[in-house]
Each structure stands twice: as structure tokens, then as C-alpha cells.
Ligand binder design. Structure first.
Ligand code: MV4
Length: 444
């Protein structure tokens, strides 16, 4: 096992990793920017080291600075958290070249899954259902038109190097194909340095369901059930829950099996998430795989009782998982609400200083947050200030606890998404477990 881990991240996830390190008896080193020098994770880490100024490009994304920080602090491994360098194959390669363990999958698996068109081909070849669409990146607008006519409308063009909703174009009819394809290609080239674009039929009224997987270096692979993340706004998830409500048993079993098939197809090691769209008939389609710990991992922890960060660290250290699929059990229902420092109406950032902070507590409530009274919410990074996670015997109890927890939370000094969540918790479709991704009209 490692004696020291460098954390190349900030905010709640940095604190989350520090906490598990403490439980495992591993020293934590927090690599931080100047803007975060007075944050709560700074007080809880065993050591801290400044890796650059406020701008993420110069600090949390600064590979030489982070590698040097690991070297000078004698850290054997780096936990990248989510975002920043977590899915950067070049960073994982540099770690390998410097004999520092990257706590995550191999650079090869990150690179394969980072190419969403390739990921789609891998899933297809492994016999996992994908959305009807192109078999490979589209060569030109003539091929785009031919494919569009074959699969029908509406359809969606996606940048192979995009993912998570970036670099996508929805097309409603034949007349829009060529212009949308060309625009998607040039935007992708400018944004990601690769202009590869593929297309899929646009699935209406879909739910976003993802399966958590764990895999060790001995080739043992487990799934930890699924999460429903259908409540999104501008590709930002706002609420996640596990298990996914109202899923037919065959769909649930199929999703879990498919996720393990995809993980096996790329020799996946560490924690990962396989994302699917599920349509109204319970048909599911692979869309992408995330090769990192995700923001919403706590809902899986609450229903399985596992510590996913602990599992990530053990796997990276070469330990076997040490338990089998039938030892993973699920209890009750968990829901996570993301509390962002944002205007709840327009979702525009609301950075500033937190003047009052009273987190919720009581039965079945977990709060993952780096906030405290007087803490700054810097404008340079994402606006997540807390995750409120509730657990109950069933969905109704988890929902009642969430309503109670949100109502007792006090945040002053910045606007938050709590009013949005309280409205959502009164929405009949959401309460019935029937919430779906935004409809076509809402995208346009
Ligand atoms: C789709 C889709 C419908 N059909 N793919 C968005 C995030 C990324 N992981 C995949 N996403 C979607 N892929 C097919 N074939 C709907 C979404 C989607 C979405 C699309 C456009 C605008 C907003 C959206 C919000 C959630 C999901």
C-alpha cells in the first residue's frame, strides 16, 4: 500500500480523497492553486503544496508542476479526482514514465474511451447495443447525408473527442444535415483538435442511466448497480439516484451485464462508469464510458456500503478486490442533490464569500462539502459547493429526507440551486420516477 498520495484536485472531491487516505493510514498531499490556499481541504490534508496561480490552466492542469510536486513530496501515487487531469491520457502516461502510480485506469483505456466513436465501435463489436447510427466517423457531408437518410430523423451529430454533451448538434430534417454536419466538424476541430464526427438517432424521452464498475489488476470485474442521472440542465447533472426508479428487471440486468462487457473489452482497471440511454420501452443503448470517479459516486456508496475511493486506491496499489459479485449487496435508495453556487433560475455562476453555512444532518443524511462560514467560492472553477446525499429504506423515505435536509440547509453570501431542488421535489413526474432527459424542443 502507498504511504503517501498527492491529490491533484480541489473542493469537495479533494476533501473526499483526503478522508479516505486518513482512514487508510496514508499521508495526503494536497496540490493546490493560490485561489484555494485557505480552503478547508488545506486544513485537513497532511501536507500541502502550491502548484500555481488561480487559473486552472496554470495550476490544476499544469502537468509539469503537478509531477514536480509529487516528486518533491515523495508521493508514490496521484489521485486526479474528477475533471482537470482525470481523463487526460497524456497525464497518465507521464505519471507512468515518472514511476508515479496514477490512481485510475491505464492511459490506453483512457485514450480508447476518450474517442467516443471508437468507444461506440468497441461496444458494438462486443455485442452491446448502441444507438442506431454511423459505424465509424463520417468522412464528409455526402456520407453524413447518406447515413442520415438511412437512420432517419431526428438525429444527433457528436464529436468523437467530445463527450458529456460537448460538441453535439441535433438535426430534425434532411434540409439541415449538411450545414449541421459541417458546423459540428469545424467546431470539433477548433474545440478538441479532432474534427471526427459520428451520428446517432436522437432518442426522445430517454433516461440517462449509468452503471458503476470496479475492476482490479487480476482481471476481476464487478458492477455496483446503476444510477439514474436524468435530471440535467445544460449537460450539468443536478440530481442523481440509485437504484434507477421504474426499471424493468430485464433492463436492469441487461445494463449491468453490458457494462461489464464493455469494461472487459478494454481491459479496464479501476473504477469506471458506463453510460446508457434507456428509452420508454426499456431498450438500452451504450453511449460512452467515463474513466474516472464521478461526482455522483456517493449514491452508489450509500446503497452498497462500499468506499469507492478506497477501492480505487487499493486497486491502484495492486490489491485484488477480494470479494465476488454476490458479496455486493444493495440496501435502500439514495439520492444526491448538487448544490451549486448559481442563480437557481438562470444557472449563472454566483461566486463570492459564504457568510453563513449550516449543513443539514440527522438520520440518513450525508454532506460532501468543503464549505465553512467565511469560505470563498472562487470564480475560476466549477461552482459545486456541496453534495447533499440522503438514504432511506425506499425512494419515498430518501425523498422525504432530502426535502427535510434541503429545508434545513443555510447558505448565505451566494445564490444556490437549493430552490431549484425544492421545486423539483414537488414535480409530479419526478416524484413518480418518470423524469426523462430534456425533450427535443427544449434543446432547440
Ligand atoms: C443523446 C441524446 C439523445 N439521443 N444521444 C448528452 C450528454 C452525453 N453524455 C450524451 N447526451 C445525449 N446523447 C442520442 N443518441 C440525448 C443526450 C442529452 C442531451 C442532448 C442534447 C441536449 C441536452 C441533452 C441533455 C441530456 C442528454
Amino acid at each position: 500500500m502507498f504511504h503517501k498520495i498527492l491529490i491533484a484536485n480541489r473542493g469537495e472531491i479533494a476533501l473526499r480523497v483526503i478522508r479516505t487516505c486518513r482512514e487508510l493510514g496514508i499521508r495526503s498531499v494536497l496540490a493546490h492553486s493560490k485561489a484555494d490556499a485557505h480552503s478547508l481541504p488545506m486544513k485537513l490534508a497532511d501536507e500541502t503544496i502550491c502548484v500555481g496561480p488561480d487559473a486552472a490552466r496554470l495550476s490544476y492542469l499544469n502537468i509539469p508542476a503537478i509531477i514536480s510536486a509529487a516528486a518533491v513530496t515523495d508521493s508514490e501515487a496521484i489521485h486526479p479526482g474528477y475533471g482537470f487531469l482525470a481523463e487526460n491520457p497524456a497525464f497518465a502516461e507521464v505519471c507512468r514514465a515518472c514511476s508515479i502510480t496514477f490512481i485510475g485506469p491505464s492511459p490506453e483505456a483512457i485514450r480508447l474511451m476518450g474517442d467516443k466513436a471508437q468507444a461506440r465501435q468497441i461496444a458494438m463489436q462486443a455485442g452491446v447495443p448502441v444507438v442506431p447510427g454511423s459505424e465509424a466517423p463520417l468522412k464528409d457531408s455526402a456520407e453524413a447525408l447518406e447515413t442520415a437518410e438511412r437512420i432517419g430523423y431526428p438525429l444527433i451529430f457528436k464529436a468523437a473527442a467530445g463527450g458529456g454533451g460537448r460538441g453535439m448538434r441535433i438535426v430534425k430534417e434532411r434540409g439541415e444535415v449538411v450545414q449541421s454536419f459541417d458546423a459540428c466538424q469545424s467546431e470539433a476541430g477548433a474545440a478538441f483538435g479532432s474534427s471526427e464526427v459520428y451520428c446517432e438517432k436522437f432518442i426522445q424521452n430517454a433516461r440517462h442511466v449509468e452503471v458503476q464498475v470496479l475492476a482490479d489488476r487480476n482481471g476481476q470485474r464487478l458492477h455496483l448497480g446503476e444510477r439514474d442521472c436524468s435530471v440535467q440542465r445544460r449537460h450539468q447533472k443536478l440530481l442523481e439516484e440509485s437504484p434507477a426508479p421504474l426499471l424493468p428487471t430485464e433492463t436492469r440486468d441487461g445494463l449491468r451485464r453490458a457494462a461489464l462487457t464493455v469494461a472487459a473489452a478494454v481491459n479496464y482497471v479501476n473504477a469506471g462508469t458506463v453510460e446508457f440511454l434507456v428509452d420508454r420501452d426499456g431498450q438500452f443503448y451504450f453511449i460512452e464510458m467515463n474513466t474516472r470517479i464521478q461526482v455522483e459516486h456517493p449514491v452508489t456508496e450509500m446503497v452498497t456500503g462500499l468506499d469507492l475511493v478506497r477501492e480505487q486506491i487499493r486497486i491502484a496499489a495492486g490489491e485484488p478486490l477480494g470479494y465476488r459479485q454476490d458479496a455486493v449487496t444493495w440496501g435502500g435508495h439514495a439520492i444526491e442533490c448538487r448544490v451549486n453556487a448559481e442563480d437557481p433560475e438562470h444557472f449563472s455562476p454566483s461566486p463570492g464569500r459564504i457568510t453563513a453555512w449550516v449543513p443539514p444532518g440527522g438520520p440518513g443524511v450525508r454532506v460532501d462539502s468543503h464549505m465553512s462560514a467565511g469560505a470563498a467560492v472562487p470564480p475560476h472553477y466549477d461552482s459545486l459547493i456541496a453534495k447533499i446525499i440522503t438514504h432511506g429504506h425506499d425512494r419515498a423515505e430518501a425523498l422525504a429526507r432530502m426535502h427535510r435536509a434541503l429545508s434545513e440547509t443555510v447558505v448565505e453570501g451566494v445564490k444556490t440551486t437549493i430552490p431549484f431542488h425544492l421545486k423539483l421535489l414537488a414535480d409530479p413526474a419526478f416524484l413518480a420516477g418518470e423524469f426523462t432527459l430534456p425533450r427535443l424542443e427544449q434543446h432547440l
